[in-house]
Design a protein around this ligand. Structure first.
Ligand code: GLN
Length: 494
């Protein structure tokens, strides 16, 4: 162990996931020691950040002990003994899962989501459940019915959303990696705001079984890490076929970690002209353009491309996602899940119980119900589906010419808590660069590409064709290694 590593081990929570893997494999620390260190740090600083809704400390310590025992028996699984966080949209057996909503307060799932089962089987330690906008509807965690998470870079700002709790936890060294969900950008946008890496895999690559449904044709579980390798390690463990999810793809899982070669010579990188338009912050644009130059230096071929239906993505998403949500959320009637607010009769009970939904969820249910109602279905939902096909076709055509599409992840850096909370349109505009990935069944990753003049992180989005996660992960890795923001990103003030 060199001096630098010795020094780092002294503060175990500073290690990246892959550094921790090595330290555990070499017997330099134990899962119990790092889990205790993490829990101590959470107790010390999470009051300021509010990334966790539920801390599963006893469970985590028991899992850590089990992991140490497994290791003593010769087990060397990649995630063995590594403390992670799970977004509260994902069911955990015996551990409250609220989806950030009062309508699921006290709901304790009787089973683990497929992804959680995968983590547990791999021997990972689950520290707790992280904050989310209610039913993952939002871009700031301000729509959580419980707390607003704060951005570790500036506590007066949002961490992004909806997986803001997971992103903030990873950025503040309160977990070595985390799971989120991404329906329109909810992994990539908070990753960008918090200066970490966030991957949205292809629809069907990861099972949605046991994940609270928001918009079923768009939802996908994604992973966070402080580095591309960290994000990849968690993704490698959760990717794969699951017969319980009929949309899960039965295709082999590549060795994503082996794909991280850092060699992107000859990679064709498309820059869509529609993504560098009015409304994008000048500092974000400069950082992204500098990152594109870096990709060129690394041997990538930069090509200007056009995604002509880009302007429809936002309206299309905000019809399709609420339409699907209005249907999915019909199940919360106080009979099967969570609390029941008793009324005078059944209808009154359902009404009173459903009043537990927060304002954004109610807005979406109303929008969606309207878009699906008789007489308006063709005009709204039907047309949105047609436009979705055009958007998808744009991407398919483009992926004939290029391997990767590069864009900013978000139009701005993290905004202040309360700044746009009362303006749904401004909030929806946050998703402008991320939504098309979900609508087109592509995959996308956000990787840090610098800071603005206020010291807030900026994210670079790399988009790949369906199931081309290995390509975007390697492109992000090559960029990360060359640009070397990782050290600076680790310097967040907390
Ligand atoms: N911000 C988007 C929305 O509010 C995306 C959310 C998500 O990906 N879960 O719907």
């Amino acid at each position: 162990m060199n001096e630098e590593t010795t020094h780092k081990i002294m503060d175990l929570t500073n290690l990246t996931l892959t550094e921790l893997q090595t330290a555990l494999q070499n017997g330099e620390t134990t899962s119990t020691a790092v889990t205790e260190a993490m829990l101590e740090r959470i107790v010390a600083i999470d009051n300021d950040i509010q990334s966790y809704l539920t801390l599963t400390d006893e469970l985590a310590l028991a899992q850590a002990q089990e992991a140490d025992e497994r290791r003593a028996r010769g087990d060397d699984s990649p995630l063995l003994g590594i403390p992670l966080a799970v977004k509260d949209m994902i069911c955990t057996e015996g551990v409250q899962t609220t989806a950030g909503s009062k309508i699921l307060e006290g709901f304790v799932p009787p089973y683990d989501a497929f992804v959680v089962r995968k983590l547990r089987e791999a021997g990972a330690v689950i520290l707790g459940k992280t904050n989310t906008d209610e039913f993952a509807m939002g871009s700031s965690t301000e729509n959580s019915a419980y707390v607003t998470t704060r951005n570790p870079w500036d506590l007066s700002r949002v961490p992004g959303g909806s997986s803001g709790g997971s992103a903030a936890a990873v950025a503040a060294n309160l977990a070595y990696g985390a799971l989120g969900t991404d329906t329109g950008g909810s992994v990539r946008q908070p990753a960008a705001f918090c200066g970490i890496v966030g991957l949205r895999p292809t629809y069907g690559r990861v099972s949605r079984w046991g994940v609270v449904a928001f918009a079923s044709t768009l939802d996908q579980v994604g992973t966070f890490g402080r580095t591309v390798a960290d994000c990849t390690a968690v993704f490698q463990t959760i990717a794969g076929h699951d017969p319980h999810d009929s949309t899960s793809l039965d295709v082999p899982v590549p060795d994503y970690e082996a794909a991280l070669t850092g060699d992107i010579r000859g990679l064709r990188v498309g820059v869509p002209k529609e993504y560098f338009v009015e409304g994008i912050d000048a500092e974000v644009e400069t950082a992204v353009r500098t990152a594109i130059d870096k990709l060129a230096e690394l041997g990538a071929e930069i090509v200007e491309i056009s995604l002509p239906h880009t302007e429809y993505a936002l309206p299309v998403y905000y019809l399709i996602a609420p339409a699907e949500a209005s249907s999915n959320l019909a199940r919360y009637d106080g009979v099967r899940f969570g609390p029941r607010v008793a009324g005078v009769d059944m209808i009154d009970t359902v009404k009173k119980t459903r009043a537990l939904f927060g304002p954004e969820v109610k807005r979406r249910i109303m929008l969606g119900t309207y878009a699906l109602s008789a007489g308006y279905y063709d005009e709204y939902y039907g047309r949105a589906l047609k436009a979705r096909t055009l958007i998808k076709q744009d991407f398919l055509n483009t992926f004939d010419q290029v391997d990767v599409i590069v864009t900013p992840t978000t139009p701005t850096t993290a905004f202040k808590i309360g700044e746009i909370a009362d303006d749904p349109l401004q909030m929806y505009l946050q998703d402008i660069f991320t939504l098309s990935v979900n609508l087109s069944a592509s995959c996308g990753i956000s990787v840090p590409c610098g800071f603005d003049s206020q010291g807030l992180p900026i994210g670079l989005q790399l988009i790949g064709n369906s199931l081309q996660e290995a390509t975007i992960l390697n492109a992000a890795y090559a960029y990360e290694q060359a640009a070397n923001w990782t050290g600076a990103m680790a310097e967040q003030p907390l």
